[in-house]
Design a binder for this molecule. Sequence first.
Ligand code: GLN
Length: 478
Amino acid sequence: MQKKYSSLQQVQEALRSGQTSCRELVSYYLGQIQENKALNAFLEVYSAEALSYADEIDRKLSSKQDPGKLFGLTVGIKDVICYKGHRVTAASKILENFESTFTATAVERLVAEGAIILGRLNCDEFAMGSSSENSAFGPVRNAADPSKVPGGSSGGSAVAVQAEMCLAALGSDTGGSVRQPASFCNVVGLKPAYGRISRHGLIAYASSFDIIGTLTNCLEDASRMLEVMAGPDEFDSTAIQESWKVNEAASERAKKLAYFPAVMNHKGLDPEIKSAVQDFLQQQEATGIEVHPVEFPYLEYMVPTYYVLTTAEASSNLARYDGVHFGFRSEDSRDIESMYRKSRTEAIGEEVRRRIMLGTFVLSAGHYDAYFTKAQKVRRLIAEKTADILSEYDFIVTPTTPTTAFPLDAGEYRDPISMYLADIYTVQANLAGVPAISLPLFHHSNGMPFGIQLMSSKFEEHRLLAYGQQIMSNLRPA
Ligand code: GLN
């Protein structure tokens, strides 16, 4: 599908030259949202408000005032990110009708630079899932084939960009939720390093893994958004002190790439995806880059470690949704205990309940050391090994996902363990806190797109984006 605008640069040129007005631009996207309603990507659209922001930008442009670095960037935000005066529900009934009382730092910074928020995007409940089917407000559908899932948990964000309902979207990535849907929907998904962007105003799933990420058509837009959102924030002490600047001159050449034979030979990996990644590595080698197989002994521990730790953190983070503080309260409670129990039972979906219980179990006195402490130790080993490899190699290359988008309600994925294995290649970056990106390079013979994943050392998003840019311009000419 040919998009009308595939980069912010194009949009800004059109606006500056008077070829279009910002009002016209926003109306175009609102029309696209309307047209693609059946995909269920947007949970709410802020039409009137977006049009009035657009008018403000038109005024600034015609009176030669500075419209901001990101003027004209139409953005959808995943429904786990707060925007003052607007509802935020984490796609859960327990927060239905809950209104944000403040704006997430990331969103505040985008808006201050002229971005226009078009609405909030559907996702898996509390960002838990890999298919965007765990939403209390119905599943999201993949625009390339509406009988297929868009991936998750930021499925609405990926589809919104895929079907040109906005130019860019914010997602959150705890274990792959930006990259996996990006791969399934043929868009660029960037998960910055842990701490790169403030988590203030991001509804917590697993606080030591969570990070806001972007879904865009191109790397340049990801990089321009990152520049605006990154940097210290007094409301999040894990946000790093350094700001991050777009470096036009960065033209880092990769010299050494690592890949893991254990990943490439994994039985769950689709053979066409495997050969696309192998071909990619060969092409890179042909340009003079060294490509090496590297032993990574922890592949089979990655998903279990991730799920022990994230469910533990989630059970603690989600304890606040008790029918008292936020949102939903059961009508039929007799005393305080039944109010808690019934509110949580009636309004929290099956997958989230499963994870709260699993997390509570691994944190319980009798099992803490066997599961939680052990998983912390394995996380440390995975993080150290990843850092070691990345000190010797510029990037680790893997497929983003073992398969392409699967059908909605797919029998084999009804089993939670199979669904968890969809994250096998993406969780490493979150366990280690390193940045990672999914590039939309390939199409499968089944008609669906899929991406390739690159990881770099912590806080080296520059190199990741520069190398990604080279790959995109060589392998996917505009
Ligand atoms: N699919 C993974 C999970 O269910 C990742 C989710 C995420 O990154 N938010 O936990």
